[in-house]
Design a protein around this ligand. Structure first.
Ligand code: ACO
Length: 321
């Protein structure tokens, strides 16, 4: 059995912070941020919006889009690095909010590769016939982990959630490659606040995201094309056969560099980080939902999803829409 996406959804907070707003917080400029990252605005959670509330809203719209009732869902996996609460997990909170009474629910943390790894995990359950209908969600409130005094990171991130509903069927295609390189873990870190609070103070810089931006950049522009090329070779497919490459929306320059290294058509690499910034595990499903809602994804066509992030980890998945 293979899971096919039958519905997509997304939800972003109402609060909108443009680059001018960040100029009030750190020494930066709209021009610098747009030029180096492609980001113009990001949505920031306010007024009680939580990772679980955004995730539940995205899940509901995905179910509606797919014509699936909440009781039909057997499995909910939420990828997140910013769950808000440690217990209960975000997936159980979503289950409660949407009434998915029959679902088994757990969260998964693989940072910006999280949605991809969650999709792979759901596909494995569907392939074995253990479950038939799965909700896969990427949801983040990164503003909570962002050091708003650090201009090298705060300009990048935003909040949001995206979700897909998978239904098991006899036909279709799904293939993946994944890698984790734990020895490079120190390149992108965020220490657990609950542990560090007593030792270093709640506002200690290490309890916010810290990043060697250049190192992450170098990692992404070499490993993402390698993973895509490996996947296509393994599946005996050519780059021309892929309708869209849906990459993690970290930085416009990273996407452009991947296009160049692959020698691909840039029109096949949609981007939306201008509007949302880097929403970590939510970025791929938010973009997927945008393309779906615009009618750009056609049944029978192939798409490639590719992510990279803290861990470090990265991967690519090929699926028939
Ligand atoms: N505004 C103005 N100037 C700035 C800013 C800012 N916000 N930030 C840094 N600068 C300055 C630096 O101080 C430096 O000045 P100097 O030359 O006088 O020393 C100069 O700009 C260049 O700094 P670099 O760090 O070399 O800038 P770079 O072009 O590498 O861009 C960036 C930095 C945008 C962070 C880039 O490295 C990047 O996007 N890296 C990838 C990050 C990423 O994608 N992370 C997410 C991974 S996914 C996850 O799991 C969360």
């Amino acid at each position: 059995m293979i899971g096919k996406i039958c519905g997509t959804g997304s939800c972003v907070p109402k609060g909108l912070w443009d680059n001018q707003k960040l100029m009030e917080l750190v020494d930066t400029s709209d021009e610098w941020v747009r030029e180096r990252t492609g980001v113009a605005r990001r949505h920031i959670a306010e007024n009680g919006e939580t990772t679980a509330s955004l995730a539940a809203e995205a899940a509901l719209t995905a179910l509606q889009n797919g014509g699936i009732r909440a009781e039909q869902v057997d499995l909910i996996i939420t990828a997140t690095v910013s769950p808000g609460d440690l217990m209960p997990n975000v997936s159980c909170q979503v289950q409660k909010k949407i009434g998915a009474l029959n679902a088994t629910c757990f969260d998964l943390n693989a940072a910006c590769t999280g949605f991809l790894f969650a999709l792979n995990t759901a596909q494995a359950y569907l392939a074995r016939g253990i479950y038939q209908t799965a909700l896969v969600i990427g949801a983040e409130i990164l503003s909570d982990l962002t050091n708003w005094k650090d201009r090298s990171t705060c300009i990048l991130f935003g909040d949001g959630a995206g979700a897909v509903v998978l239904r098991a069927g006899e036909t279709g295609k799904y293939a993946q490659v994944t890698y984790s390189t734990g020895e490079k873990g120190n390149v992108l870190t965020c220490a657990c606040r609950n542990q560090k609070r007593y030792a270093a103070g709640a506002d200690a810089p290490e309890t916010y995201m810290q990043m060697d931006g250049r190192e992450v950049f170098r990692f992404a522009v070499s490993r993402v094309p390698e993973a895509i090329e490996e996947l296509l070779k393994k599946e005996e497919m050519h780059i021309e056969q892929i309708a869209y490459f849906i990459l993690h929306q970290a930085n416009e320059r990273i996407v452009r560099s991947v296009v160049k290294r692959l020698g691909a058509n840039p029109d096949k690499f949609p981007m939306n980080m201008e509007e949302y910034g880097n929403t970590s595990s939510a970025s791929i499903p938010i973009l997927l939902n945008e393309l779906n809602r615009k009618g750009m994804l056609r049944r029978g066509e192939y798409i490639v999803l590719s992510g990279f992030g803290a861990g470090l980890s990265y991967g690519a998945s090929l699926m028939e829409w």
